[in-house]
Ligand binder design. Structure first.
Ligand code: 6PG
Length: 485
């Protein structure tokens, strides 16, 4: 028995079990522990079946901790929140100065910072590590976002470099993210971007299906074709696959039988809350969250559909003849341009937080580690990395010369899709809010002058002028009354 093992993993649900096997497969003997001990036996059995991998199971926390070589490193993969505190409590009593715990869950970054402080008081190190890629990624190569004590990262850098997804031209999908809860924060934004991507893809599907009348076979063809070009990504690939799956409980395709109510675990909501907290506009991500809320109102929507149908408003307001091929090409461009806006928002959120917390995060490096393993992996992330390599202080992805050109090239198609959707009564909140973001950001002058005047009118909030510096207040009411006379 290879005791002491190199590392430990506690929490053997789907993600934990797969990550443990991945670590063992890369040549690092690993100790595993779970409160429900049957999971321990199941993992050890799987390790045997999958090639006698060096996985050692323990039914009690003490022997688990003691089986690991010093300084000990234990990855926890348990549900975020109280279960993390509980696991830390269980394990830390057997740990010694210099040992380290890593939380691999989708944890709220401030919880990680609180725990890092508490652990430091015990002489223990702590990391909050975002892990993306689902079950498959955990087993064969996830994208890893470790943040916290740099010293702790160094203990296991060799393991993480091998366990992470490997991308041929840009290396392993892991990097030390930064101090404190930065690893969790970056993973949270990754998930916000994931919400945006999924919503935009769903809208492309809706326009093609509802307005373009594409069948599932045609949708499969379209998404497969898109996955060969600039939209190449994991989410486009799985979308193409979904349209192939027939219903095993009846006629037709399974996707048409899936209830239109999107679930969520919370990271997208946190992203939008953080956007408000940081005063950074993230309308595409926010609209994807709103769409999930509205999707949840299934019964209300069914009733509303009846109300409007009885007054003559059907699902599709205008049944217009469309050139299918042109529509497909326009939607592809609209999706791509909208996606750029969404990533620009996510990146700006990370930068704003990094500045607030002094994390010094490198946006290009984050784009690099998202190129493989994670849910938002896409060929286009390479272009984002290059944009930040060209200019690390880029104010917004939209103004990078390459992206700016792409936006200009695609804007006519984008506007056509949004107009067509609006005229057809098909909601495209992600694409529309991305376009509004672009149209707002690219304008040198906005109607904010009028909002400022209104604020000063009713609340004497003052305003600045474009021609003279300083702060001004005007008696708008009095002067306007005089002007009327
Ligand atoms: C990942 C995913 C993963 C999970 C999301 C789902 O990167 O592997 O993001 O973390 O699938 O948490 O989130 P919702 O349930 O909120 O859609």
């Amino acid at each position: 028995m290879a005791i002491p093992t190199r590392i430990g993993l506690a929490g053997l649900a789907v993600m934990g079990q797969n990550l443990a096997l991945n670590i063992a497969e890369k040549g690092f003997p690993i100790s595993v522990y779970n409160r429900t001990t049957s999971k321990v036996d199941e993992t050890v059995e799987r390790a045997k079946q999958e090639g006698n991998l060096p996985v050692y199971g323990f039914h009690d926390p003490e022997s688990f901790v003691r089986s690991i070589q010093k300084p000990r490193v234990i990855i926890m993969l348990v549900k975020a929140g109280p279960p993390v505190d509980q696991t830390i409590k269980t394990l830390s009593v057997y740990m010694e100065k210099g040992d380290c715990i890593i939380d691999g869950g989708n944890e709220w970054y401030e919880n990680t910072e609180r725990r890092e402080k508490a652990m430091a008081e015990l002489g223990l190190l702590y990391l909050g590590m975002g892990v993306s890629g689902g079950e498959e990624g955990a087993r064969h190569g996830p994208s890893l976002m470790p943040g916290g004590a740099f010293e702790a990262y160094k203990y296991i850098e060799d393991i993480l470099l091998k366990v992470a997804a490997q991308v041929s031209d840009s290396g392993p999908c892991v990097t030390y993210i930064g101090k404190g809860g930065s690893g969790n924060f970056v993973k949270m934004i990754h998930n916000g971007i994931e919400y945006g991507d999924m919503q935009l893809i769903a809208e492309a599907y809706d326009v093609l299906k509802s307005v373009g009348k594409l069948s599932n076979e045609e949708l499969h063809q379209v998404f497969s074709e898109w996955n060969k070009g600039e939209l190449l990504s994991f989410l486009i690939e799985i979308t193409a696959d979904i349209f192939l799956v027939k219903d095993d409980k009846g006629d037709g395709y399974l996707v048409d039988k899936v209830l239109d109510k999107t679930g969520m675990k919370g990271t997208g909501k946190w992203t939008v809350q953080q956007a408000a907290e940081l005063s950074v506009a993230a309308p595409t991500i926010a609209s994807s969250l709103d769409s999930r809320f509205l999707s949840g109102l299934k019964e209300e929507r069914v009733e509303a559909a009846k109300v409007f149908k009885s007054s003559g408003v059907s699902d599709i307001l205008v049944d217009q003849a469309v050139d299918k091929q042109k529509l497909i090409d326009d939607v592809r461009q609209a999706l791509y341009a909208s996606k750029i806006c969404s990533y620009a928002q996510g990146m700006n959120l990370i930068r704003a937080k990094s500045m607030e917390k002094g994390w010094d995060l490198e946006l290009g490096e984050l784009a690099r580690i998202w190129k493989g393993g994670c849910i938002i992996r896409a060929i286009f992330l390479d272009r984002i990395k290059k944009a930040y390599d060209r200019n690390p202080n880029l104010a917004n992805l939209l103004v990078d010369p390459e992206f700016a050109k792409e936006m200009i090239d695609r804007q006519s198609a984008w506007r056509r899709v949004v107009c067509l959707a609006i005229n057809s009564g098909v909601s495209t909140p992600g694409m529309s809010s991305s376009l509004a973001y672009f149209d707002t950001y690219r304008r040198g002058r906005l109607p904010a002058n009028l909002v400022q005047a209104q604020r000063d009118y009713f609340g004497a909030h003052t305003y600045e002028r474009i021609d003279v510096s300083g702060s001004f207040h005007t008696e708008w009411f009095k002067i306007s009354k005089q002007a009327k006379i």
